[in-house]
Design a protein around this ligand. Structure first.
Ligand SMILES: N[C@@H](CCC(=O)N[C@@H](CS)C(=O)NCC(=O)O)C(=O)O
Length: 212
């Protein structure tokens, strides 16, 4: 069964290194599962794309004849195949699952809208108080331990660190604890490979565009 990570064929400079296919690449690298990466057009998102990702976004994943979207769901699908990402004991699995959902639904749910508002350049960001409060809660947890769940790296750390590593958010949080956490998680060889591969994917697209 071939695992395929689908991402855009090209994106502008800004989001490179942050497109969410990186989460899937990273998990697959951690799990040491073979996979390929294929592209869908960034500029013309037709019915074929919408059939596989109804919001016209990336990434999506195919695993044999299963195709699925939402990076969190794809991560859990991958993690189900790897003890490295998802502990097999029920308590560790429950703890990991709750922190995966927390990364998406308690942190990214606030940080993404905060980030969008911050792009306006206005000094007042109406979501600053809410974002600060949520980050403070994660910070308090990480002051007590190195990893979110099961006393070791899991898919929950992969996702939380990916949510927190956005540069604007890091300067906003100005938290040595969160900074050390993001650095610790993103220092993993699997992250570095996934990141480098994503950058290379879009650089190859630049070269192909220059030729046409
Ligand atoms: N909730 C989705 C969000 C996906 C998402 O925001 N993808 C971005 C790239 S990282 C995208 O496709 N942006 C272009 C757009 O929304 O039109 C997930 O986690 O997979």
């Amino acid at each position: 069964m071939t695992l395929t990570v689908w991402t855009y064929d090209w994106v502008p400079e800004g989001p490179r290194g942050y497109v969410r296919d990186l989460r899937l690449r990273w998990a697959l690298e951690e799990a040491e599962l073979a996979y390929e990466v294929r592209s869908t057009p960034f500029e013309n998102r037709g019915p074929d794309h919408l059939r596989r990702q109804p919001f016209g976004q990336a990434p999506f994943l195919s695993d044999g004849d299963i195709t699925m979207f939402e990076s969190g769901a794809c991560l859990l699908h991958i993690a189900a195949r790897s003890e490295r990402l998802m502990p097999s004991d029920p308590a560790g699995a429950a703890e990991t699952l709750q922190w995966v959902i927390a990364a998406l639904n308690s942190i990214e749910m606030v940080t993404v809208p905060w980030w969008f508002l911050s792009l306006s350049g206005d000094t007042e960001n109406g979501l600053a108080g809410w974002a600060r409060q949520r980050l403070a809660h994660v910070e308090a947890v990480l002051q007590e331990r190195d990893w979110l769940a099961a006393s070791r790296f899991t898919v929950a750390d992969l996702l939380m660190a990916d949510v927190l590593r956005v540069p604007k958010l890091r300067s906003f949080a100005a938290s040595p604890t969160l900074e050390a956490y993001v650095e610790r998680v993103c220092d993993r060889p699997a992250f570095r490979k996934a990141h480098a591969d994503q950058i290379a994917h879009f650089e190859a697209a630049d070269r192909a565009r220059r030729k046409t």
